[in-house]
Design a protein around this ligand. Structure first.
Ligand code: USQ
Length: 397
């Protein structure tokens, strides 16, 4: 297949591009390199030294003989260029990772809120609009998030996108219907992914676009089979308080002897997936395109759930790290349970990688190797969800 990977320079986009190229697909990365610009804005860098995207693709070609093509395009602002590229290249599938993906970054200030909304919503809408306009029947696979569901305390299992409901009709009959699972986003970032769902629903129903939405949990790990092949193919690895995600942060903190930063009681339960499974799921979903006229297909892309404090205790036991119990900069339930259905990927043959000690230690080893690149001052999460909370996080870590 000819596949366009939008956002193919990012944490999941890059290893996905390598994985698909390795399987013989013709891969085109479209990216505005915004993550690199945001690193500059925040004054942080990936723990792992990343080469330019051009250099990465050159090394991939030298290593494998396969080409990954790179196109510098901003989906949110370069509508005509995007449309022209799609019209000329007519890919069979489009994978859409090209959104600002950090909840804390999206909550930093009014400017960051505006940026996240206009970037994410315009990127998605421009893409859908262009596909219709040029009559391109490509399968669109979007990286969504588990966070659209919110973290309710009801304790019912979260289905894959749709909730069966029984409604009483005007004549008093009971009718069963499936509706999009009601969203309850916990950040501006998660809110944009909730808005994406409505855009997808409309374009599938109105124009027959074939769309798959992957509701992904928190990704951990760094290497995949392909990024291991050459040090210059290494994946980016965020540790800072905005872009670092919880388990990877704990592993890096353990490696640099920094107390593990648990927010609140650590009773937050979240869904997780290893980066290797993440790229495999995208590949599996690509093969399962919905038919024209079918509703949006939703997969829960996660393999296990864990409570934040259990993860901290696991990492502490493995490495001897200390735990710091910090005031929570976010507005979220202190404790929640979470049960998630992921039958569709299991039925397609996914064999989940779980929190094996070996893989956790591998991340600690990578972090130790590059520990000299860490700025300890950038480890604490300082982006506050409300002004009130902002007052209590002004503290020493
Ligand atoms: N947390 C800590 N300590 C830390 C960092 C986070 O206790 O040092 C807590 C947070 O308060 C939160 C939980 O860990 O309760 C998860 O935080 P996170 O930063 O790992 O994950 P989140 O902000 O939800 O976002 C990440 C990705 C996002 C993706 C999402 C999947 O950045 O792109 O969509 O995970 S999910 O969480 O399932 O919605």
């Amino acid at each position: 297949m000819k596949i366009a990977v939008l956002g193919g320079d990012g944490f999941v986009g890059w290893p996905t591009s390598l994985h698909l190229s390795d399987q013989g697909h013709e891969v085109h990365i479209l990216d505005n390199l915004s993550r690199r610009w945001i690193d500059t804005e925040l004054g942080v860098q990936s723990l792992t030294p990343m080469d330019s995207i051009q250099e990465r693709t050159r090394v991939w070609h030298a290593e494998t003989g396969r080409r990954i093509h790179f196109h510098l395009i901003d989906l949110a602002t370069d509508y005509e260029i995007l449309k022209g590229w799609l019209a000329k290249e007519r890919p069979d599938a489009v994978i859409h990772f090209a959104e600002q993906r950090a909840a804390p970054y999206s909550m930093k200030s009014d400017r960051h809120k505006n940026y996240t909304v206009s970037n994410n919503v315009n990127a998605t809408h421009n893409l859908l609009n262009a596909l219709v306009e040029i009559e391109l029947d490509a399968h669109l696979v979007h990286l969504g998030t588990m966070g659209v569901y919110g973290y309710s305390t009801i304790g019912a299992a979260i289905p894959e996108g749709y909730l069966p409901v029984e409604i009483e009709t005007l004549s008093g009959d009971k009718k069963r219907q499936e509706i999009l699972y009601p969203t309850r986003p916990g950040s501006i970032y998660h809110m944009t992914k909730s808005l994406d769902q409505i855009l997808f629903q409309f374009y599938a129903q109105n124009d027959g676009l074939r769309i798959t939405d992957l509701h992904q949990g928190i990704v951990w790990g760094t290497h995949t089979e392909q990024t291991r092949r050459n040090v210059q193919l290494i994946n980016r690895f965020d540790y800072d308080g905005d872009y670092g995600t919880v388990l990877n942060r704990f592993l890096i903190q353990a490696a640099i002897d920094y107390p593990l930063t648990v927010h609140g009681t650590g009773g937050q339960t979240r869904a997780f997936i290893h980066i290797q499974d993440s790229v495999r799921c995208v590949e599996l979903a690509l093969r399962e395109a919905p038919r024209r006229g079918e509703r949006v297909k939703v997969f829960n892309q996660m393999t296990e759930t864990h409570r934040v404090r259990d993860l901290a205790e696991l990492v502490a036991k493995l490495t001897g790290a200390k735990i710091a119990w910090l005031p929570n900069p976010r507005k979220e339930a202190a404790e929640n349970d979470l049960v998630v259905r992921n039958d569709q990927f299991l039925d397609l043959g996914l064999e989940p990688i779980t929190l094996a000690e070996g893989l956790l230690s591998e991340v600690v080893e990578v972090a130790k190797r590059y520990a000299y690149r860490v700025d300890r001052a950038r480890v604490p999460a300082v982006s506050a969800w409300t002004r009130e909370i902002g007052k209590i996080v002004e503290r020493d870590p």
